[in-house]
Write a protein of this length. Structure first.
Lengths: 245, 245
DNA sequence: CTTGACCCTCACGTAACGTAAGGCTTTATC
DNA sequence: GATAAAGCCTTACGTTACGTGAGGGTCAAG
């Protein structure tokens, strides 16, 4: 296991990725080992390991192998960016799973008491169960990727810059106790929504999940999380209070 | 949407399970709607919805469709049992994801500071990432199911009864501050391990995850969780302190 | 020097649907 | 009450990410 060119079986044993999978990644040009021995043995280096990690993280996000390959081609995709995405996704999953677990426990309790659970409960459970692990669905990813390309890197950066600013303003209104229905707050909430939509391509499903992702992202840019949740709550109230269009 | 025989598309829309998937489930005899209209339209009742929920929960646990079908045939499998399994699995996932997320954040920070992360980190991340969502692997499930059949229902119940008893004893030693290496504790730890192995068929991978499941299960039988964790920790120390065989 | 553990390259198999084709039925619209 | 549009049916081939051998070199150990 020691000496850092590893043979395929060694890498497989250490990572839990099957030999066949590594062969497959090589075949499709997703991860080709940096070296081959004289006899044609695949030899993987640290660089290959790092790339494999990126790949597995992206797969955990729901990327297909092809999407992962394309994504890793893009120059702005740095290793820590991938890690951040993975972390954001995990936190999202955790939140969703936590609430589902609570719900399931309730239903189980109810079932044990009177064996009579309304079908509506089951319908909702099915829906939520499906959503978990599917948060970034393939079409959603499609849109995300397209948007990412269409907006261009600098556009994205601009949005990134606007977020903290916008959040600071919202925070100010919140501290001041302004009613979420107030026009000033409404304007901020609208802008918030626009920013989200700009990034998501207007898909409401993706908006929900990516909303939280942005929350993470901007957290990383130097803000605190507990607070953020209350901010989100405030904005949501504002949306709820909005005159319908 | 109201009237409870639903057509396939209605059910699909409400649950997020695709029409094709429902057709598929019908084809393979996993979920055949209770009724058909004169024109041959599939009509799903509340009972069908409840079954669909079971199926999706089992799928979330990593069951294949065939395994789910067989599992649901068994008479001791009640709806709330499936819910409990699902809950246990979710909590397990949450714990694993939480620790992975922490790890990823650490690594990301380290990367941003010196851009130099030891390969060992990546190897471990890959391994853990793989394990999540794979906790119950198909072969593991195989073993679980086989064991479930081989042990028989009453054997299981006996084990169920022994758990609280055993845990009470462990708790007593722990409260007393007995060293985990002490022979009394060692005996209890061995029995603990035996019980786990009896249920898991001796597979160490499954033992780890099912250990937590039992934790949940027995919790449900009326014990408190926070405490349980420290119990587990204590037993693990005992295992670590065991003279190697 | 042989034997077991690995490695290679084909190459076909599989699970759980996706997707499209061709053709009825039900619902909505005028 | 006709005429779409929308939804349902079956049949059937396509897809992704590998699993699972088959047939045959390679290499460290005894």
């Amino acid at each position: 296991m020691r000496p850092p060119p590893w043979k395929v079986g060694e890498l497989a044993k250490r990572t839990g990725v099957s030999v066949r999978a590594l062969h497959h990644y090589d075949e499709i040009g997703l991860l080709s080992p940096s070296h081959r021995s004289g006899a044609g043995y695949r030899l993987y280096t640290e660089i290959d390991v790092a790339r494999l990690q990126q790949i597995r993280s992206l797969r955990a996000l729901g990327f297909s192998l092809e999407e992962a390959r394309d994504f890793l081609k893009r120059p702005e995709v740095t290793p820590d960016r991938v890690l951040q995405l993975h972390v954001a996704h995990l936190k999202e999953q955790i939140a969703a799973q936590q609430s589902l677990a609570d719900r399931l426990e309730q239903v189980a309790r109810r079932w044990r008491s009177d064996e009579n659970v309304p079908t509506e409960e089951f319908l909702q459970i099915i829906e939520v169960t499906n959503m978990i692990g599917k948060y970034y669905t393939s079409e959603q990813m499609e849109q995300l990727k397209q948007r990412g390309e269409m907006l261009g890197a600098d556009h994205i950066r601009q949005a990134e810059a606007e977020w903290p600013e916008l959040m600071a303003k919202v925070q100010a209104e919140m501290d001041r106790g302004t009613d979420p229905a107030d026009e000033r707050v409404q304007a901020l909430a609208r802008r918030w929504k626009e920013l989200v939509e700009e990034f998501t391509g207007g898909d409401p499903g993706i908006a929900k999940s990516v909303g939280r992702m942005w929350q993470e992202e901007t957290t990383i840019h130097g803000m605190d999380t507990g607070n953020m949740r209350s901010l989100m709550g405030y904005v949501q109230k504002a949306w709820a209070a909005a005159p319908k269009e």
